[in-house]
Design a protein around this ligand. Structure first.
Ligand code: NAP
Length: 292
């Protein structure tokens, strides 16, 4: 069987190009440019890279973005005050608080203080609650999980009745992706660090979503032949042959998996670019919803 490599980079580029056109059409009709405010607290290098890429993508798409970079010791009240101001700012349609937050902060309280209609990350407890409830619709769906489903559907238009195994149950990836798969009528098994006999559970999967942050932990012989694999993991492993001294790998041993799976996302170039495309989509949708 020849494995299909799901090219997230190209798929995301084409999605971003469409969003750019939609934004230009809106602006030509006299609507204001969509606006995104990002809040980055602390100096986590990976978060700084992610936020910079988000601003660059906004600029390319025609979204006005403004960044608030605050020191790690910023008081909870000050962050909530800033969010309240942004909630009232009519030039801001989307507010993104970059996670993870420094440990001293109350993440739930901060995410709850973002106006529901400006929650472009989809992490507001009401949005997540609606995602979990039958017949309810969240205003925004978390970006990485939405990107996972989008990529999956490029190879499997219907997920109905498929057995999907999700590795990881985090608030930002594993759990929302599992909820989305249930909405697509897949049968979902959620695995985590306490799951027993992980390889045998994975072997049952028509669809495997790996989001555990463990470099190449899932081996090729764990997979069911013909499985579709979406690898969300982004892990640095030492590589003296690279100038920067490391390379990025996923949670799945890619080469081994290519011999067994029917389709797989690479790392990098798979889910990562989709996260940003989905953020742009959510920001445009928020601007449309706010009617501005
Ligand atoms: P996280 O919050 O650390 O959660 C990891 C999850 O994996 C937890 O549920 C944990 O179980 C589970 N886990 C850890 N070790 C395990 C093991 N040995 N066996 C089974 N389950 C295990 O991580 P995250 O934020 O969800 O991120 C996961 C990965 O995705 C990371 O590599 C991250 O860099 C990547 N990521 C990529 C993007 C993107 O845009 N491409 C976006 C977000 C995250 P417990 O719940 O029991 O602790």
């Amino acid at each position: 069987m020849t494995v299909q490599i799901i090219d997230g980079k190209t798929i995301a580029e084409s999605l971003k190009a469409k969003i750019k056109i939609q934004i230009a059409e809106r602006v030509a009709k006299g609507f204001v440019q969509p606006g995104l405010a990002t809040i980055l607290i602390g100096e986590d290098p990976a978060s700084q890279v992610y936020v910079r890429s988000k601003h660059r993508a906004c600029e390319e798409a025609g979204i006005k973005s403004i960044g608030y970079n605050l020191p790690a010791d910023t008081a909870q009240e000050k962050i909530e005050r800033l969010i309240k101001e942004l909630n009232l700012d009519i030039s801001v349609h989307g507010i993104l608080v970059q996670l993870p937050l420094p440990k001293n902060l109350d993440e739930e309280q901060i995410l709850t203080s973002v106006a529901l209609e400006k929650d472009v990350d989809g992490f507001h407890p009401i949005n997540i609650g609606r995602l979990a409830q039958k017949g309810r619709e969240p205003l925004a769906i978390p970006c990485t999980p939405a990107g996972v489903i989008y990529l999956l559907k490029t190879v499997l238009p219907s997920l109905e009745g498929k057995h999907a195994v999700v590795l990881g149950r985090s608030n930002i990836v594993g759990m929302p992706v599992s909820l989305l798969l249930v909405r697509e009528n897949a049968t979902v098994t959620i695995c985590h660090s306490k799951t027993q006999n992980l390889p045998s559970v994975v072997r049952e999967a028509d669809i495997l979503i790996a989001a555990i942050g463990r470099p190449e932990m899932v081996r090729g012989d764990w997979l069911k032949p013909g499985a579709v694999v979406i690898d969300v993991g982004v892990n640095r492993v030492e590589d003296p042959s690279r100038e920067r001294g490391y390379r990025l790998v996923g949670d799945v041993a890619f080469e081994e998996a290519c011999d067994i799976a029917s389709a797989i996302t690479p790392v990098p170039g798979g889910v990562g670019p989709m996260t940003i495309a989905m953020l742009l989509r959510n920001t445009l949708a928020a601007a449309e919803r706010l009617g501005m």
